[in-house]
Design a protein around this ligand. Structure first.
Ligand SMILES: NC(=O)CC[C@H](N)C(=O)O
Length: 370
């Protein structure tokens, strides 16, 4: 069998703990990032290409990764954004009529270091108990002291601005230019499926770089504003927070997802914090406090907004709570068409229970145009 003599590899956590594994294929190298895990059973390609994961080493909890191959269309951005992959069994073979290539070929094309044969169950338990921390994966297994030194120099995710690394450099348009509505979207790490979801509701979207000013975003006279998901800590996103304040003042509908939700909270004076361990998976339970209904949601975040501050804020209403830990999952500005959620109604991967939020945004737009 091919790759019988795969190289030894390790994952070294910032606290010195080591997990052993093997390199995927014949790749060698070293990759740094914050170790995080996603509990989704499927959707690996969408996860690897989601810009929100930039700078993170992804630990997958499904026992098999790669078994349904890769499809050129199933990407959330134009490249792999995670910094490394850790899994249990890596499948070199795949079975699926829709696949264009194997996952290994896809990762090689994207130059991603992946390691397998790691006891991911133990690793996830360890990260869950000890909290999110930086890590390095490497085939350089005889040089642990050197790896430790380099790992100590990797900046902490807390305080890190990463939107500039993944955002578009120039504004661009998405969708049908004759569509009914126009939406200005701030790309602080936008996923393609958000654009698809906006466009399919009859919107033509102009996507702006992370540091676009409100003047730039308002100059083509959009019907509504959108602030995207994205990587890193929301606090250093000063330009996005300043633009969000102006969007709020404009009185046009505004919808924020994940990092965009955190930016909206910061624009309202509500602080954010780094969670012990984030929420990353496709079966996270959320309660919609307005309707009393539960939703199963796709989530991917390591920061959250301060619940007490949100509750005390006269301009805000908490609309959704995460049922596992009662953290804030959604907010709305009172008497305004401004709302946001901490989770991912666009799924990709994940359930579509929260699809209605896109409809809600367009109902708001419909009620405010002409
Ligand atoms: N998916 C996202 O937008 C993530 C937001 C932010 N980077 C966090 O980790 O909380």
């Amino acid at each position: 069998m091919k790759y019988q003599t795969r190289k030894k590899a390790i994952l070294l956590l910032a606290d010195g703990t080591i997990f052993h594994g093997k390199a995927v294929g014949d790749k060698e190298g070293t990759a740094f990032g914050e170790a995080c895990f996603n509990t989704g059973m499927t959707g690996y390609q969408e996860i690897f290409t989601d810009p929100s994961y930039y700078g993170q080493i992804m630990v997958t909890t499904n026992a098999h990764i790669g078994n349904y191959g890769a499809n050129n269309e199933e990407v959330e951005s134009d490249s792999v954004k995670i910094s490394g992959l850790v899994c249990k069994n890596f499948s070199y073979n795949y079975s699926r009529p829709d696949a264009d290539l194997s996952l290994q070929e896809f990762l090689d094309k994207n130059n991603l270091l992946a390691i397998s044969d790691v006891d991911t169950r133990a690793l996830v338990g360890y990260i869950r108990d000890n909290g999110a921390m930086n890590a390095v994966i490497s085939t350089d297994v005889d040089n642990i002291e050197e790896l430790k030194k380099k790992l100590a120099e990797v900046p902490s995710m807390e305080g890190l601005e990463l939107s500039s690394k993944v955002s578009t450099k120039e504004a661009y348009y998405y969708g049908d230019k004759d569509a009914k509505y126009k939406v200005s979207a701030l790309d602080i790490g936008i996923k393609k499926n958000i654009l698809r979801n906006l466009a399919k509701r009859d919107a033509y979207i102009k996507v702006f770089p992370y540091n676009a000013t409100f003047e730039e975003m308002s100059s083509w006279n959009p019907d509504g504003y959108f602030i995207s998901n994205g990587p890193g800590d929301p606090e250093p996103l000063h330009e996005a927070i300043a633009s969000a304040k102006e969007m709020i003042k404009s009185d046009k509908p505004l919808f924020g997802i994940c990092l965009g939700h955190q930016v909206l909270a910061l624009a309202n004076g509500v602080s954010t914090y780094k969670m012990h361990n984030g929420h990353r998976g496709i079966n996270h339970p959320v309660m919609n406090l307005v309707t009393g209904k539960g939703e199963i949601t796709s989530q991917n975040h390591g920061f959250a907004i301060n619940r007490e501050e949100a509750e005390a804020n006269a301009d805000l209403e908490i609309t959704h709570l995460h049922l596992n830990d009662n953290t804030v999952a959604g907010i709305k500005m009172k008497d305004k068409n401004v709302f946001s959620v901490q989770y991912h109604p666009e799924a990709s991967p994940g359930p579509h229970d929260a699809d209605y939020l896109f409809d809600q945004f367009f109902e708001m737009i419909q009620s405010t145009v002409n």
